[in-house]
Design a protein around this ligand. Sequence first.
Ligand code: HEC
Ligand code: HEC
Length: 360
Amino acid sequence: MQFLLSRSRRLRAATGAMMAVAAAAASSTVSGAPDDKPIAAVAEAVPDASIAKLKAEYRRPGSIPFPKENPYTATKASLGKKLYFDTRLSAANVLSCASCHSPAYAWGDGQPRGVGHGMKQLARRSPSIVNAAFGQIFMWDGRAASLEEQALGPIKTDVEMNLPVEQLIERLKAIPEYSPLFQSAFAGGGISPDNIAKAIATYERTVVSGRAPFDAWIEGDEKAISADAKRGFALFNTKAACTQCHSGWNFTDDSFHDIGLPDADIGRGKFLPGVVKMQHAFKTPGLREISRRAPYMHDGSVPTLEAVMDHYRDGGIDRPSRSAQMKPIALSKQEQADVIAFMRTLTSEMDPTTVPSLPR
Ligand code: HEC
Ligand code: HEC
C-alpha cells in the first residue's frame, strides 16, 4: 500500500547510519528500535568515521530519472516548458503552473496558501516542484501517483485554473503554433490530454536543485560550510533525529506523518480513514532550497525556520495520530541555530529560468 514507506530500504539505511553514530558515541551495542535509544544523551561527540559514512547517504545522484513510459527528449521538455508557463491554460487567462510554482520562489509561490481562479484561497500551500523527478508520490496527501497523473488536475479544478479538458484541447488547437510542436515531440501525435500531461511532466523533471555548499562539503571541501552547519548536520542525524523522516540526498522519505500541527485538515487520513497514524499525516517535504521557500508546512502556518525548530523542540500536539518519532527534544537555542545553519547550506544557486516564448 502506498502509505507504507515507499523508500523503506533507503530509510532503513539512513536510520542504520544514525544508529551507528549514536552507538559509536555511546560505545554501546545497538538493539531495538531507534526510539529506545537515548540519542539525546550521545550527540555531543560524533566521530569522524561516522560522519564520513553519513555523508555517503546524502550524495547527489548523477542523473535525473525519467520513466520508461515517458522518456526525456529535448523537444518534449521544451514544449512542456511552454505549456507550464502559458496562462492560456486557465479559464481567465491569468494563471499558469508557474503562478503557483514559480522559479522566483524556489518553485513555490511564497504564500501561506495558494490563490487560484477568481482569487480564491486554496486549502493548502503550493509545494515546490523542485526535485519532483525524484518523488515517489505527489500532493500533500499523496493523491497523485505520478507527475503525468497530476498535471491535468490543476488545469481542470474549478478553484485552480478552472478550464475543462475539452476546452483546453480546443484552445490549444486554436493556437496554430502548438500543433507542430506536439507533432515533433510525440512523433506525429497531436494535441491530446495525455500528451499535454507527458510534456508538462517531462519539463517538471528537469527542475532540479543545483549544487549547494552542502554538496561541496560532502564531496570533500571542508571549507564549504561553517562549523555551526557541521554541528547542525550532526544534530540533524542524531539528537534532533530529523533523518527519521528527512532522509537521503533530497531529505525526504516520501512518506506521510502527523507532526502535530494544530489545523483541522486530516491530510492522508481522508483516503485511509481506518489508519490512526495517517490522520493529520502529510507528505514529508524535501529540504533542498528550504531557506528560499517560507512560509512552511501544508498550511503555510509556520513563518520561519526558527519557528520550525521551536515546533520540533516542543514536539507538536500529542494525539493518537502523532508520529511515534515526534516528541519534545531538549534542544538549546544554540543547537536550534546550528540545525538552521545546516539547512541553509542546502540552498543552491539555481540556474536562472528564462520565460519561454509562447506559441501564437
Ligand atoms: C492556484 C495555484 C496553483 C496552480 C495554478 C497550480 N498549482 Fe500545483 N499545487 C498547488 C497546491 C496548493 C498544491 C498542493 C495541493 C494539495 O496537496 O492538496 C499543488 C501541488 C502540485 C504538485 C505536487 C507536488 C508534490 O511535491 O507533491 C505538482 C507536481 C504540481 N502542483 C504541479 C502543477 C502543474 C504542472 C500546474 C499547471 C498545470 C500547477 N501545479 C498549477 C497550487 C497550484
Ligand atoms: C516524523 C517525521 C518527521 C520528523 C522526525 C521531522 N520531520 Fe520535518 N516534516 C515532516 C513532515 C511530514 C512535514 C510536513 C508537515 C505538514 O505540513 O503537515 C515536515 C516539514 C518540515 C519543514 C517544512 C518544509 C516545507 O516545505 O514546508 C522543515 C523545514 C522540516 N520539516 C525540518 C525538520 C527538522 C529540522 C527536523 C528535526 C528537528 C524534522 N523536520 C523532523 C516530517 C518529519
